[in-house]
Ligand binder design. Structure first.
Ligand SMILES: N[C@@H](CCC(=O)N[C@@H](CS)C(=O)NCC(=O)O)C(=O)O
Length: 208
């Protein structure tokens, strides 16, 4: 009864692995190298036709894709791990809001920063687009910065939103900019990285 994560180090697969570790679930990590473009190979497209990681094979054999859906699914499978605020309350609605915000407002900008030539001709235009997308990621992360209850995003404490926010803090914005402008997000990421079950996962994906 094992979950299988398809992903790469330092990628969105961190969020899937961290939530499984936090829940205490058994899992295996199947490497899909972004450097070798393995996410676009037929073997992986048969698992996730959108050619992106992470993907998660559930113990029953079905595959779920989209990082936010993976986090919600694991939170659902392991209610005792309290990865989300209680059902029916406003805090849970806020958690959904932040997951949707990061998945829809930030993740697509990361794709532009990483692969600008998918959206503009190579050269100057692609570089200019990358720079604008980086600005948007920074602006959108700054909105999270202003909303953090402290130390975690929701006033009620740790949730899957923190795993997700900590991951986005590692991408696109740049270390120096993050440390200067995202002090609360940086502290939140440190708190996530120090959780006993997540610490080894964090170290493998992002170093210490
Ligand atoms: N909407 C997807 C986005 C996933 C995504 O963009 N993953 C990146 C790695 S962090 C990826 O697979 N990039 C490779 C590519 O776009 O070719 C999700 O939330 O899971």
């Amino acid at each position: 009864m094992t979950y299988t994560i398809f992903g790469d180090k330092g990628s969105g697969a961190f969020s899937a692995e961290a939530v499984l570790a936090e829940a205490g679930a058994p899992y295996e990590f199947h490497s899909v190298s972004l450097e070798k473009n393995e996410q676009k190979k037929p073997e992986f497209l048969a698992i996730n036709p959108s050619g992106k990681i992470p993907a998660l094979r559930l113990p029953e054999g079905e595959v779920i894709t989209e990082s936010s859906a993976i986090l919600l699914t694991i939170a659902d499978h392991f209610p005792n791990a309290r990865l989300l605020p209680p059902q029916g309350g406003f805090a849970r609605a806020q958690a959904f809001r932040w997951l949707a915000y990061m998945a829809s407002e930030i993740y697509p900008m990361v794709e532009i920063v990483d692969y600008p030539e998918r959206f503009a001709p190579r050269g100057g235009q692609a570089e200019a687009l990358r720079s604008k997308a980086r600005d948007r990621v920074r602006e959108r992360m700054a909105l999270i910065e202003r909303s953090i209850a402290g130390p975690f995003l929701l006033a009620g404490g740790f949730s899957i939103c923190d795993i997700y926010a900590a991951m986005f803090s590692r991408w696109s914005v740049g270390k120096e900019w993050r440390e200067e402008h995202l002090k609360k997000v940086t502290a939140l990421a440190a708190a996530v990285s120090e959780r006993p079950k997540i610490a080894p996962v964090w170290a493998r994906h992002f170093g210490s």
